[in-house]
Design a protein around this ligand. Structure first.
Ligand code: SAM
Length: 244
């Protein structure tokens, strides 16, 4: 990989807008670290499970087949949140190995609880910035799929640079896919949906699976939040491209 920044270079000195996103490594973060309280159960599951199922960030490539202990398809999910969707998908597709990346510790604790309760051996977590995990740990052509569901939309124009789906990062994601592997983004923010469509369409190594937006595939379950949005007449857009 080149040393080019993955999202955007940090804002110029003196522009305080992105100051909280600067944590070294030269790129603007797509998240802000929230303190967030862990429930007692989330804390307990986090401490018990992460040593067993966690992928610890290191600036070195990881052998995903060795990590999961088998040579099955591998799907990365970026930003698992509280993990409901992630756990449901892994539960319904036990022949596929899922690696979830999430920085928010209570969310990771909640997902650990789901993994334990559902006895999922095909779902593991890296509690680290997904941009760095993809850049530093995941080998080229190692993934069968990538999920980016409801990434933070960063509504304000001056924060748009924090959005994950931007050309350099999409090029990096595409390089990690096997030929035929898919990149699936979903959002309920219309303007971001159009950005996703535009950026993925402009990536020469990806091809759209639909004319424009894709129908929601059965493997992506409707979230409670999405059900509520649909009742209120709000939209959700899926964008699914495949590696050529
Ligand atoms: C709006 S939430 C959506 C969560 C989940 N995908 C869902 O559909 O409910 C976005 C999540 O992405 C996480 N996130 C944002 N940027 C990230 C990054 N670079 N690496 C890992 N997680 C990230 C945030 O902490 C947050 O939990």
């Amino acid at each position: 990989m080149s040393d080019a920044p993955l999202i955007q270079p940090s804002a110029a000195e003196g522009d305080g807008v992105y100051a909280e996103g600067r944590e070294g490594h030269g790129h603007i973060k797509s998240f802000v670290r929230r303190a967030g309280r862990m429930s007692e159960a989330q804390g307990r599951y986090f401490s018990e499970m992460m040593p067993k199922i966690g992928l610890v960030y290191a600036n070195a490539p990881v052998d995903l087949n060795a990590f999961f202990g088998r040579d099955n398809p591998k799907v990365l999910e970026i930003g698992t949140g509280m993990g409901e969707t992630t756990a449901k998908i892994a539960d319904a597709n036990r022949d596929i190995d899922y690696l979830g990346c999430e920085v928010h510790v209570p969310g990771v604790g909640a997902l650990c609880k789901q993994i334990a309760e559902r006895e999922l051996s095909n779902l593991r977590i890296c509690q680290h910035d997904a941009v760095e995990v993809v850049r530093d740990m995941l080998p080229e052509g190692s993934l069968d799929g990538i999920h980016v569901f409801f990434p933070d939309p960063w509504h304000k124009a001056r924060h748009n640079k924090r959005r994950l789906i931007q050309p350099p990062f999409v090029a990096l994601l595409a390089s990690r896919l096997k030929v035929g592997g898919y990149l699936h983004c979903a959002t309920d923010w219309e303007e971001y949906a159009h950005q996703m469509l535009e950026v993925l369409s402009a990536e020469p190594t990806l091809g759209n699976t639909a004319e424009t937006f894709a129908p929601r595939p059965d493997y992506r379950p409707l979230t409670k939040f999405e059900n509520r949005g649909i009742r209120l007449g709000h939209g959700v857009w899926d964008v699914i491209f495949r590696k050529k």
